[in-house]
Design a protein around this ligand. Sequence first.
Ligand code: 5GP
Length: 196
Amino acid sequence: MMPAVKKLIILSGPSGVGKGTVCKLLRARMPWLVHPVSLTTRAMREGEQDGREYFFVTREAFIAKRDAGELLESVEYNGALYGTPRAQIDAALAAGQTMLLEIDAEGALALKQLFADDAFLIFLAPPSLEVLLERLKTRGQNCETDIAGRLARAQWEMAQQAKFDAVVTNDLLERSVPAVAALIEAAACQTGQAKA
Ligand code: 5GP
């Protein structure tokens, strides 16, 4: 039997593990991957752009969209709301495109419930919690309470690893990026720059 082709590739893992960097490198390497943009109520960071990293919205606007059924999943993460817009995912699936989503473990597992046949979940793990804490501190965008919240959440996320289809440790980008790329190519049945 042919393995099912996965259209919804979800990269998850605790805040500070390096998901953003790994995703950026993966997208450069595999330009056929579609990048759905999530909604968030958190403040925009320096260098971010509305509609690129996220759609930055007010809590009221977020809740209105969630209540109208426009989000496939949503989570409260460290005092802010994050959610995956239904329309972007539906459109990409209808077009037969392969997506790469970078979301937290709770959202990843919720999407796995909704799209059991289409979803492939990859967990990016830090070499250790100590390394993760160092990375959160040196990232410099987070205050002490924010770091504490993210670390507490990280411990819960680490406990979800076994529910994922694959786990990759983000020790060295030179190793982790090709490892994740190989998993995506196998799951999506695509290779290199080619689009099926
Ligand atoms: P950050 O504030 O660092 O950009 O993101 C915080 C966490 O929210 C990260 O783990 C990120 O992957 C996750 N996240 C981003 N967008 C979504 C989303 O649409 N849904 C869920 N569940 N998590 C998200």
